[in-house]
Design a protein around this ligand. Structure first.
Ligand code: C2O
Ligand code: CU
Length: 491
């Protein structure tokens, strides 16, 4: 009997009521605001509206066998599917998500991009004790801002299996200038088709990352916005909504409709160049926050980034393509609007080579701009590594939870990323949405931003969410090799 990726573990559908177990097995250093401190609780209390609806979801992380590329594939997933179930909630509501861990390893869930209470952030040894095999944990927090987010484990290399899913936070005041929407999750896939994530890590460590040859090859292929190699790992497949290019997902709409696409890059080591054949893309949101919209033919997104697009559909069946930048292969889906013949599997929309979104031209919608203010505190983060040794560092160190970067509540804080390495790093901050600072002025609000080789990029944030928050590269292998630090609110 063929196993379906839609097969759901029966138990997972049972909604459960749980009690949030706060606390952490590790005490933050003296003078720091801990994850379950009164300051964190007070911040949550201010966010919580009386009578706010509670959305309950049950998520089971477990081994599963699903069919991919015509073969049974053993992997790990939430509720038996890759991606896991789309979680939808409205800004201002409370999300109560019970995680049951049926994996053979400890795990957590991190709600990527959400400015939530610190003790629900899912970072082992920083905000909570990891959930042991057979154990469970209930995440419960007020969801503050609308937008496109996702969730994934924050333990080891688990994200490079099938453990990821979209989190859509609806806007109670949605202007609704579109007719329908679709979630599009991109991933680079190895489980069951190539080496395991652990084997990939071991081989990167053996070879010290990429050889000079690989690097040069990658550079010529990627070049452009990434300013260097596309990534270290060539994956056997790239997936769009869990489907390989030869068995694409179809997003159905009607001709003339305006479709909102919520793009999420859940890959471990792959940036994607995205285009829709025969269409232009109006880019409306970055990492959940509204932009001054810009219209382009294609855009490039790093791991952990999200973009929302509006597409005005013509009649026909069109390829939605996400090319693995600097690598061989692509993820692919179909956009069907009325009648038409599907494009051939290898079709490469010319839009991919058209006008590419220039991140330096993005501006926040004035409604969400941070407002100009000179920083009270600046931290420089130098991103290096990969030279003959697969060790990636920030300011010369691999992650050490006992050496955080300090800040104080109320401060406008500037992080200056400097990247003297040969790789791009999509840098992600937990618990805050910063404002990217362009030389020409304030750019978009984001929580994950590509820092290209030799680039220096500043981001500003308001320290309004007390606790201990990690900052790291969202290349999973770089993060696992040490490229992470933390911001510690001082008491
Ligand atoms: Cu999606 Cu700390 O990451
Ligand atoms: Cu990196």
């Amino acid at each position: 009997m063929p196993l379906s990726r839609r097969q759901v573990l029966a138990t997972a559908a049972v909604a459960t009521v749980g009690i949030a177990v706060g606390g952490c097995d590790r005490q933050p250093g003296r003078g720091r605001v801990g994850p379950s401190s009164p300051a964190v609780q007070a911040t949550e209390a201010r966010r919580r509206r009386a009578g706010a609806p509670v959305r309950q979801v049950a998520l089971t992380a477990a081994p599963v066998t699903l069919e991919l590329a015509g073969r049974p594939i053993a992997t790990w997933a939430y509720n038996g599917n890759v991606p896991g179930p789309v979680v939808r909630v409205r800004a201002g509501e409370v999300l109560r998500a019970r995680l049951d861990n049926r994996l053979p390893e400890a795990t957590t869930i991190h709600w990527h991009g959400v400015a939530l209470r610190n003790d629900m952030d899912g970072v082992p040894e920083v905000t909570q004790a990891p959930v042991q095999p057979g154990g469970h944990f209930t995440y419960e927090f007020t969801v503050p801002a609308p937008g496109t987010y996702f969730f994934h484990p924050h333990v080891g290399l688990q994200l490079d299996r099938g453990l990821y899913a979209a989190l859509v936070v609806e806007d109670p005041d949605e202007p609704g200038r579109y007719d329908g929407e679709a979630v599009v999750v991109l991933d680079d896939w190895t489980d069951g088709l190539g080496p395991s994530p652990a084997a990939i890590m071991a081989s990167l460590q053996r070879s010290g990352g990429m050889s000079m040859d690989d690097m040069m090859r990658g550079m010529t292929a990627a070049g452009g916005q990434l300013g260097g190699a596309g990534g270290e790992v060539n994956y056997p497949r790239y997936l769009l909504n869990g489907r390989p290019p030869e068995d694409p997902a179809t997003l159905a709409a009607r001709p003339g409709q305006r479709l909102r696409l919520r793009l999420i890059n859940a890959a471990a080591d792959t940036a994607f160049r995205v285009a829709v054949g025969g269409h232009r893309l109006q880019v409306t949101h970055s990492d959940g926050y509204p932009l001054d919209p810009v219209t382009v033919d294609a855009l490039l997104m790093g791991m952990g980034e999200r973009y929302d697009l509006l597409v005005d559909l013509h009649e026909g069946v069109f390829p939605l393509v996400a090319v693995a930048e600097g690598k061989r292969g692509q993820a692919r889906g179909l956009l069907r609007a009325g009648r038409g013949t599907p494009p051939p599997a290898r079709a490469r929309p010319t839009e991919l080579d058209g006008r590419l979104l220039d991140p330096a031209r993005l501006r926040a919608d004035p409604a969400v701009a941070l407002g100009s203010r000179s920083p009270d505190r600046t931290h420089r983060l130098t991103l290096s590594g990969g030279m003959g040794e697969f060790r990636w560092t920030i300011n010369g160190r691999t992650f050490d939870p006992d050496r955080p970067l300090p800040l104080r509540a109320g401060e406008r804080t500037r992080l200056v990323f400097e990247n003297p390495s040969m790789m791009f790093h999509p840098m992600h901050l937990h618990g805050h949405t910063f404002a990217v600072q362009h030389p020409t002025g304030a750019g978009p609000r984001k929580d994950t931003v590509i820092v290209a080789p030799m680039q220096r990029l500043a981001v500003d944030l308001d320290a309004d969410n007390p606790g201990q928050w990690v900052v790291h590269c969202h290349n999973l292998y770089h993060m696992e090799a040490g490229m992470m630090t933390s911001l510690a609110y001082l008491a």
